[in-house]
Write a protein that binds this ligand. Structure first.
Ligand code: GCO
Length: 264
């Protein structure tokens, strides 16, 4: 039986922001496909240790590194440590991100800049340091976690939309510059998923909660595990001729203008 197209055995995958939420769901998928997972977070060592335990409980080989993805010095040091202690990074998922829901006319410039820093500049910083060994080894997979806001606007998330729209174009430019080195750079655009980030707008009775269920042809919020397949595909040999593609996992949101509330 030949190696499956989707087998990640022997690969090392760094997933930023993988101590919880979508990052943990995607990293678990890669781990179950055979990859060794490099867990990253920046809040506490305890959260990283708990996450490592979570992965190991699933039979996944995992190591943890605490660093701030917006700090180039910390990123450079961490990538060097990972490559020395674990091995070269074959797969990078730039997942770490924040959101601030504030109407643009009320938003402080510092708040706007912080969202851009984490959601757009840090994928550039981390990719810049990880891609060096990928170029040397003539192979690599980079996956940037975009958003519905890479394509659509929404009240109060202007900074986030600017960052995620930019991340879509950064993905396409990374693909343009690095494809000749046999490095495939693509994006995943999650629709609306049940995570800590969306918890405030998902509470029962919250108008947005009902809106999203109505706006999504699949008529539900996504389950983080629904992202694992897309991550495995874009991290594996099955996507070696896929470059600069944003794969939307959104239950059909981008396929439709939506429907009246009282329509089935
Ligand atoms: C929001 C949500 C979205 C989702 C996701 C959609 O406030 O609209 O948080 O931004 O998190 O990014 O793709």
């Amino acid at each position: 039986m030949g190696i499956s197209l989707f087998d990640l055995t022997g690969k090392v995958a760094l997933v930023t922001g993988s101590t919880h939420g979508l990052g943990m769901a995607m990293a678990s998928g890669l781990g179950k496909a055979g990859a060794t997972i490099i867990v990253n977070g920046n809040s506490s060592q305890q959260k990283i240790d708990d996450a490592i335990q979570h992965y190991q409980n699933q039979g996944i080989n995992a190591f943890g590194y605490k660093f701030d993805v917006t700090d180039e010095h910390e990123v450079k040091e961490a990538v060097q440590k990972i490559e020395t202690e674990v091995g070269p990074i074959d797969i990078l998922i730039n997942n770490a991100g924040i959101i601030k829901r504030i109407p643009l006319e009320q938003m402080e410039v510092n708040d706007f800049k912080e969202v851009i820093d984490v959601d757009l500049v840090s994928p550039f910083i981390v990719s810049k340091h990880v891609v060096k060994s990928m170029i040397r080894r003539k192979q690599g997979k980079i996956i940037n976690i975009c958003s519905m806001m890479s394509e659509l606007g929404r009240n109060t998330v202007g900074a986030y939309a600017a960052a995620k729209g930019g991340l879509k174009m950064l993905t396409q430019n990374m693909a343009t510059e690095w494809a000749k080195h046999n490095i495939q750079v693509n994006g995943i655009g999650p629709g609306y998923f049940a995570t800590s980030q969306t918890a405030p707008i998902r509470v029962d009775g919250h108008p947005f909660n009902e809106f999203i269920v109505n706006r999504t042809p699949a008529a539900k919020w996504g389950d983080p595990d629904d992202l694992a397949g897309a991550a495995i595909f874009l991290a594996s040999g099955a996507s070696n001729f896929v470059n600069g593609h944003i794969l939307y996992v959104d239950g059909g949101i981008l396929a439709t203008i939506g429907k009246p509330y009282n329509e089935d």
